[in-house]
Design a binder for this molecule. Structure first.
Ligand code: ADP
Ligand code: MG
Length: 539
């Protein structure tokens, strides 16, 4: 394998090439650096990071994927770790830090094996075997739940939010998250896009609420538009009710080049025409993705039409789904069959600002979780916590299997892997044992981040897991005691754990197989890779 004939490359000037062990070590070092960055945020007692972007916007968070996205990491191997977090976020919506920390630890342990002259292909094979076995073990220890298990669902939500700035109101937020998910279950199917999380600064977290319908952060455009429309007929238009300058200019040349007044009349009549197209479709509510000209606003108000503009594409799609309205790109083609319906559209004051509420929709599955909080930073972190909670409840209900957390499943996996390793030959055995040690990074980090002694705690945890009813023995990070995590109510969807192990192992294997890095000599500002370093970002 390693004796392949190298083709002769004539690389362009400025390109960099790193091969063999150096390449491997650089990649491992970069991956470890990324994992190290987020490691201190793991668990309820994890610390937060303050991220300042190039525009001096501040984000305070301990959400793994948010941190990694904001860091604008450039090292190629480090970027692969960021992908692990993104996959986790997309597949489950929570557990991003866990996935990244395990990846880092797998690579750290692989490095020790490389030092012992164990070939990367043996290590990757061992990791693959270990990862498959780990998934089996997790499936064996998981407990079944049903949609009726409200108490467990609430605990899942609370576990997701613990330590995320939602502390004081987590009971209330957990209940909202559970009701939101239950509301959107549609003959067994759960479509997360039916839940909109809208945040608004002002009042306290406990003023957060669940609304059946959709809220958009837009106010009605004109003071004399109706404040409330019952039996709303809704038009969704994604073109502007404006006249572009170029259109006018073109017309100037073609029609009457000298008469200014007639252009203005023309412009007004074009806008009136647009408004009458809306009116003729039967709509009494206009939701526009683009702009609406002042003159058009005036005529819309005169016709008693409630209108909002510059609504996001995402909201347009949500409203379309909720009301059965079709999004129309060409105003000319708007017809009564494009119009959707809702029982009530109204403008409501939330905090200091008006928002538009679309309720009693044709599709009752659409809900909005309106998250409130005192400041921009608080409300943003609570939104992330609620998102994690919603993601976890859905993940739990999708395959109806859950595990306790607090380090318990990782200890159980490590224990099972060590037993399994004895059935393997020497070198693969070492790789599987390394994998087992790597998974234990989770309880070890939970202990460290809580200021507890990881060595003592891990010894005690392992001893408890050897006893017959010890499978959920985990760490109470608040008391420093080993407790039954299930009884403590720390419950998570099985999918968090399986996905984290699966992606961590896949990416670790991928990185270990690389023995050659060829970087094109970029002319742009991209810095080249320093050995083992991570350019830019926080390091
Ligand atoms: P992630 O991005 O991986 O979800 P978190 O910061 O949310 O990272 O931490 C998740 C870890 O914290 C999991 O291992 C989970 O079991 C653990 N955990 C959550 N709540 C508690 C708790 N109350 N006590 C102990 N551990 C907890
Ligand atoms: Mg989490």
């Amino acid at each position: 394998m390693s004796q392949q004939i190298q083709p002769i490359f004539i690389l362009p000037e400025g390109s960099q090439r790193t091969t063999g062990k150096t390449a491997q070590r650089n990649n491992i070092a970069a991956a470890k650096a990324v994992a190290e960055t987020v490691r201190t945020t793991l668990g309820p007692k994890g610390m937060d990071k303050m991220l300042v972007d190039s525009l001096n916007e501040v984000t305070v968070t301990n959400d793994g994927v948010t941190i990694l996205e904001e860091m604008s990491i450039e090292h190629p191997a480090a970027k692969m770790i960021v992908e692990v977090a993104k996959t986790q976020e997309n597949e489950v919506g929570d557990g991003t830090t866990t996935a990244v920390v395990i990846t880092g630890e797998l690579l750290k342990n692989a490095e020790i094996l490389l030092d012992k002259e164990i070939h990367p292909t043996i290590i990757t094979k061992g990791f693959r075997l270990a990862s498959e076995k780990a998934l089996q073990i997790l499936n064996q220890i998981a407990q079944k739940i049903t949609v009726e298990d409200n108490d467990i669902l609430k605990k899942i939500a609370i576990t997701a939010m613990t330590g995320k700035g939602a502390e004081s109101s987590k009971e209330k937020l957990a209940e909202l998250a559970v009701s939101a998910v239950k509301q959107i279950i549609d003959s067994g199917e759960i479509d997360i896009s039916n839940i909109k999380i809208e945040k608004k600064v002002g009042d306290g977290v406990e003023d957060s609420e669940l609304i059946k319908g959709i809220i958009i952060d837009k106010e009605k455009l004109h003071p004399s538009m109706p404040k409330k429309i019952k039996n709303a007929s809704i038009a969704l238009v994604d073109s502007a009710l404006e006249i572009k300058n170029t259109e006018i200019e073109a017309k100037i040349q073609i029609t009457s080049p000298d008469q200014l007044q007639s252009f203005l009349d023309k412009e007004e009549s074009m806008l009136m025409d647009m408004v009458s197209k809306i009116k003729n479709s039967g709509a009494n509510v206009l939701i526009c993705q683009k702009g609406i000209d002042d003159v058009a606003q005036y005529y819309l108000a005169k016709e008693g039409i409630y209108a909002v503009r510059r609504v996001s594409k995402e909201d347009m799609e949500r409203i379309s789904k909720a009301t059965n309205a079709k999004i129309v790109t060409k105003l000319n083609t708007l017809s009564p069959s494009d119009i959707g319906t809702a029982g009530l559209v109204e403008s409501k004051k939330v905090g200091d600002e008006e928002m538009t509420y679309i309720q009693e929709c044709t599709n009752p599955k659409a809900v909005t979780l309106l998250v409130r909080g005192g400041t921009v930073h608080v409300v943003a972190e609570i939104e992330r916590a609620v998102k994690d909670a919603v993601g976890d409840i859905i993940a739990a209900l999708k395959n109806k299997l859950v595990v306790a957390g607090a380090g318990a499943p990782e200890i159980e996996v490590a224990k099972g892997l060590r037993e399994y390793a004895t059935s393997l030959s020497g070198r693969e055995q070492l790789a599987v044992l390394s994998f087992a040690d790597a998974v234990e990074v989770i309880p070890r980090t939970l202990a460290e981040n809580s200021g507890l002694d990881p060595i003592d705690l891990l010894t005690e945890l392992k001893a408890r897991h050897d006893s017959p009813d010890g499978k959920w023995a985990g760490i109470n990070v608040f008391t420093g005691k080993v407790v039954d995590a299930w009884q403590m109510g720390v419950i998570e969807p099985l999918k968090i754990k399986t996905q984290a192990i699966k992606s961590a192992s896949e990416v670790a294997e991928l990185i270990l197989r690389i023995d050659d890095i060829i970087a094109a000599g970029e002319s742009s500002s991209q810095p080249s890779m320093p050995p083992g370093g991570m350019p830019g970002g926080m390091y």
